[in-house]
Design a protein around this ligand. Structure first.
Ligand SMILES: C[S@@+](CC[C@H](N)C(=O)[O-])C[C@H]1O[C@@H](n2cnc3c(N)ncnc32)[C@H](O)[C@@H]1O
Length: 425
């Protein structure tokens, strides 16, 4: 932990960020800023991080899809992508210079999307547990996968490979054993830190060590990595044991700017989207840009919220109209779920599918297969393309020192510990 003098209280933090103390607490709860408690159980925030955040939010950048410049040449690096969905992670990696040689995905619509955009790639549609990866042994540099989070049943106290059998993480680990890539990348939600009291993540890390990979974990905040969205992903980066010492773990440094939703929606092509019922539209019409259910007259609040009106918590996602000034709130599988409303800032309607794609930094020419609901689901499930691009540039630099830049860094132990602390609040 750094010296106590670099920490400030909730009220001081609110002043630095120019928001209310309640908003600061909400940010901390969501993990957007880190906090810890002192011996008197007071919540403390790190001054440097707050100042950095206040500065960054002032610096606005344009929306763009990042790509390795042609003059940088090919990297020759290859990957296998498990649980590839509609290709957010794979496309970001490709834009960075890593070519997917095999993509594995169960959902037929997500596979149709992949085939439509990448007709020449090998796409395996089906259950990963039925795929034999042995023919790729030592032929692939990177194996990546966003395995869904599942609880493990513990046999004795081992908390390793055998305990994970029957889960999708086990299939990820089995793929590593069969392929033996130089680097493994696991991707998940931030909540994995506290899933089953931390035992799930601990078991995953033990399993990776047991099969010969040295892991590091870090939370990546998309809003500081060229993505107009406050989404976070937990990334496990593991290096094959025989390469440790030669191949450092590198993560992208957060940038000093953000991309606003307003910038992301500029000149967005027209596309399909869901609509509100007349009743819902009449309610949402009364919510100003950036507002939520608390902006409504009290009697409408009571009617709209029902039993939730009397429950605790901010419920700031309910009847939410987005703001053009900030990165968008995290997208989910639908833009009009009651707890996570994503209403357009100026028009009274949910974001369209192409607006969704912009927020996840998919290029406008990336086609999505399936009906509107299936499209929202594919996009909402994806890793933001630009976040994957930044991670991809680090993977390349891990294997090639000439690709290393000042915008990459090795993980600092303390940050992970603080993230865990913040989650225990
Ligand atoms: C969170 S999404 C991954 C998103 C993807 N990484 C991206 O960036 O677009 C998880 C995916 O795992 C797929 N999946 C779930 N179970 C599977 C299985 N048994 N075999 C293969 N894929 C599976 C789901 O269909 C879903 O698309």
């Amino acid at each position: 932990m750094p010296a106590a003098s670099s920490f400030v209280t909730v009220h001081e933090a609110a002043k630095i960020l120019g928001v209310s103390p309640d908003t600061v607490k909400r940010y901390a709860k969501k993990g957007l800023i880190k906090s810890a408690r002192n011996a008197e159980n007071h919540r403390l925030f790190r001054r440097e991080e707050l100042e950095r955040l206040a500065d960054k939010s002032k610096n606005q950048a344009k929306w763009r899809v990042l790509k390795r410049p042609a003059k940088a040449g090919k990297t020759g690096l290859t990957a296998i992508e498990l649980f590839s969905g509609c290709g957010g992670m794979a496309l970001g990696f490709q834009n960075a210079g890593i070519e997917s040689k095999l993509l594995v995905e169960l959902d037929k619509r997500a596979c149709a999307t992949l085939r439509e955009n990448w007709p020449k790639k090998e796409i395996h549609e089906g259950d990963v547990s039925l795929v034999d990866f042995k023919s790729y042994h030592k032929k692939i540099d990177i194996v990546a996968g966003g395995f869904p989070c599942q609880a493990f049943s513990y046999a004795g106290k081992s908390r390793g490979f055998e305990d994970t059998r029957g889960t999708l993480f086990f299939e990820f680990a089995r793929c590593l054993q069969e392929v033996r890539p130089k680097i493994a990348v696991g991707e998940n939600v931030r909540g994995l830190f506290k899933h089953d009291g931390g035992r799930t993540l601990e078991t995953m890390l033990n399993t990776l060590r047991e099969i010969g990979y040295i892991p590091e974990v870090r939370v990546m905040r998309a809003q500081f990595l060229d993505v107009p969205q406050k989404r976070e992903r937990l990334i496990i980066l593991a290096v094959r044991q025989d390469l440790v010492g030669k191949v450092p773990h590198l993560f992208p440094k957060e940038r000093d700017y953000t991309v606003s939703l307003g910038a992301a929606l500029k000149d967005v092509p027209k596309s399909e989207g869901t609509t509100y019922s007349d009743k819902k539209r009449a309610i949402m019409d009364q919510v100003p840009e950036g507002g939520y259910w608390r902006s409504l007259p009290d009697e409408i609040q009571r009617e709209y919220m029902g039993a939730s009106y009397f429950l605790g918590g901010g419920k700031t996602g309910m009847a939410r109209r987005l703001s053009r000034e900030e990165p968008c709130l995290t997208l989910t599988c639908s833009p009009c779920q009651k707890q996570t409303e994503r209403c357009h800032p100026l028009e009274t309607r949910p974001l369209t599918t192409r607006e969704y794609a912009r927020v996840q930094t998919f290029p406008d020419d990336w086609k999505f297969s399936g009906k509107v609901t299936a499209t929202y689901k594919q996009i909402g499930n994806a890793v933001p393309v630009n976040l994957a691009y930044h991670l991809g540039t680090c993977l390349i630099a891990m294997l090639d020192p000439s690709e290393r830049t000042q915008e990459m860094e090795e993980p600092v132990k303390e940050e992970v510990e603080e993230s865990q602390l913040a989650l225990s609040l």
